[in-house]
Design a binder for this molecule. Structure first.
Ligand code: PRT
Ligand code: MG
Length: 213
């Protein structure tokens, strides 16, 4: 039995065509079902629905053979025990630094100000500012980072941006790009060795269905 770990929402939606290419179809819609284990048309393949940030953990410990997770999530996890054969080019966005529209980020850097930064991506943020030689105080949040600068919790946020609509709606502006983000296929390294005859055709089908645009 092959177990594939996925999160609901954009990753599930954008993975559906890749699964189809491998001849795998979920028998239930995860948005409608409360089931956490979804059977598929293939008796030897099941899907498990987990939080996006938990996907690498399920795969690392072998509770799932395959998983699909954002580069943002994998960078924070560290990727231990994971083989990452494919960039699936789905759920694309950018990791950005953003501040209030009325905040002069460049000037405060020039003045050597010690910025307060809220983020759910503490490792990514720490590495980014360290590489720039900036001293910042990082404050970990679990969501709605955009609120931080509006209520005086922080000067800046490190978060994902896709359309930019959330920043605009909250009178924030992006001031620095940390990197491009997309979702990757991750494979449990031990499972890959043992189950390669079953896994490789799925990986190859995914590879053939990646959209390069
Ligand atoms: O939402 P939940 O708390 O359950 O978990 P999650 O946010 O970890 O999962 P989900 O499904 O929202 O995101 C899964 C993956 O999608 C992330 O790990 C990213 O790799 C990828 N992704 C792509 C995004 C976005 N685009 C994105 N725009 N994840 C989050 N966002 C958020 C962003 O954090 C911000 O709050 O959307 C908002 C900005 O969007 P725009 O379009 O307004 O710019
Ligand atoms: Mg989300």
């Amino acid at each position: 039995m092959i177990t594939i770990a996925l999160s609901k929402g954009r990753i599930f939606d954008e993975t559906t065509p890749l699964l189809s290419a491998a001849g795998i179809h979920a028998l239930e819609d995860p948005e409608a079902s409360r089931k956490l284990i979804l059977p598929t048309n293939r008796e030897d393949v099941r899907l498990i629905i987990v939080r996006a940030t938990d996907v690498p953990t399920y795969v690392q410990y072998g509770a799932a053979d395959l998983g699909i997770a954002g580069k943002d999530v994998l960078d924070e996890h560290g990727g231990e025990g994971l083989y990452q054969p494919l960039d699936l080019n789905i759920a694309r966005c950018k990791m950005m630094v953003a501040v209030r529209e009325d905040f002069d980020y460049e000037a405060s850097i020039r003045q050597g100000a010690r910025l307060k930064v809220v983020t759910k991506y503490v490792k990514t943020a720490r590495e980014h500012f360290a590489a720039k030689g900036m001293h910042v105080d990082l404050i970990k949040l679990y969501g709605s980072m955009e609120l931080g600068p509006l209520v005086g919790l922080a000067d800046a946020i490190v978060d994902l941006v896709s359309t930019g609509g959330t920043l605009r709606a909250n009178k924030l502006k992006a001031v620095e790009e940390i990197g491009a983000i997309s979702s990757r296929l991750v494979v449990n390294q031990a499972s890959y060795k043992v189950n390669r005859p079953l896994l490789q055709p799925i990986i190859d089908s995914f590879a053939g269905a990646i959209r390069h645009d």
